[in-house]
Design a protein. Structure first.
Length: 324
């Protein structure tokens, strides 16, 4: 089978198309013939050895995979040959075939294509759990979503609406991105590159601040967002796209009972119960038309380097997908 192999860290040119024998499933695994692979910024960070945790060489990138079950281990009872499925794995998705423990494999519901399904695991689960599990957003609360036109952001805006947020404030740098956030269901949008952005949000909330904030920019944006939290507000930190790690004093939290917590999706992957239930719920919402999924580009596996370059240019919108 064909797969992408990385033997040294670096730019897109280190993504090498290689061949090896097709794997066989263990007793608790299924073999999936891959039809769609989700591409994420985490893949580019692993490629450059800049991921949150080290990735030993050599390795095959990719965490989101959709396809058809073509073989089952002896102990697999929840899936059958021919099932259309999706899964989130630690790495190895950039392949024609993958083996995965059956407990992490979710059937794709009717009404959802493989491409739509593979766009949901990483970004959909991040949006879901930053809002619900970590942010613990309650109905009628105010939520601030940074980078709201991105993959996580567009889904977070829609899920916040689904979970009955009172007010959804979305930030984005360009007018067309702010319009996309409005189209997804945001009540207000703010350009966080302007010096007035904090005051705009305080005006929107009548000086109270926000109950929940989803933050993945880092640096000074983190500190400014912390200042915007209402009493008992919760800030969920899940990345530092700016490349700048924030610092703050815990004493800043005490006066107004604020909370800062972190979210790292691989911890959800270690909880099959959380992963399966939440991913099934997200896919059902998408299949029912309650979540809009934007596919930004589809590339053959052989053009993976071009796909990574396009993603890193930050000129793309929506989900980028590889096809073996």
């Amino acid at each position: 089978m064909k797969y992408i192999n990385i033997t040294e860290f670096g730019g897109p040119e280190v993504l090498t198309l290689s061949e090896k024998e097709q794997p066989q499933p263990n007793t608790d695994e299924v073999l999936i013939k891959v039809t769609s692979i989700g591409v994420n910024f985490a893949d580019t960070m692993r490629r450059q050895d800049q991921y949150v945790i080290p990735t030993p060489l050599p390795f095959t990138p990719g965490s989101e995979v959709a396809g058809e079950v073509v073989a089952c281990g002896d102990q697999v009872t929840n899936l059958n040959i021919g099932d259309k499925v999706v899964s989130l794995i630690d790495q190895g998705a950039y392949s024609e075939y993958v083996t995965i423990s059956a407990q992490f494999v979710i059937p794709i519901p009717d009404g959802l294509s493989d491409k739509q399904a593979v766009a949901l695991p990483l970004q959909g689960l991040t949006a879901y759990h930053t809002i619900q599990t970590m942010g613990q957003m309650k109905p009628n609360e105010t939520i601030l979503i940074h980078a709201a036109a991105g993959g996580v952001g567009t889904l977070a805006v829609q899920l916040a609406k689904y979970f009955k947020a009172g007010t959804i404030i979305a930030t984005a740098s360009r007018p067309e991105k702010r319009q996309l956030a409005m189209d997804m269901g945001a009540d207000y949008t703010v350009d966080y590159t302007q010096d007035t952005w904090k005051q705009e949000i305080m005006d929107i909330t009548n000086g109270d601040g926000v109950d929940v904030a989803l933050e993945m920019v880092g640096g000074e944006i983190f500190n400014q967002t912390l200042e915007l939290l209402a009493t008992f507000g919760r800030l969920v930190f899940y990345g530092a796209a700016s490349g700048e790690l924030p610092t703050f004093s815990p004493f800043e939290l005490m006066k107004e009972n604020k909370t800062v917590n972190g979210f790292f999706l691989p911890q959800i992957m270690r909880r099959p119960d959380l992963l399966a239930s939440s991913l099934s719920e997200i896919m059902k919402l998408a299949a029912d038309g309650q979540l809009s999924i934007t596919i930004g580009g589809v590339y053959p596996l052989e053009e993976v380097a071009t796909c990574h370059r396009d993603l890193e240019s930050r000129k793309t919108t929506g989900k980028l997908i590889l096809e073996p």
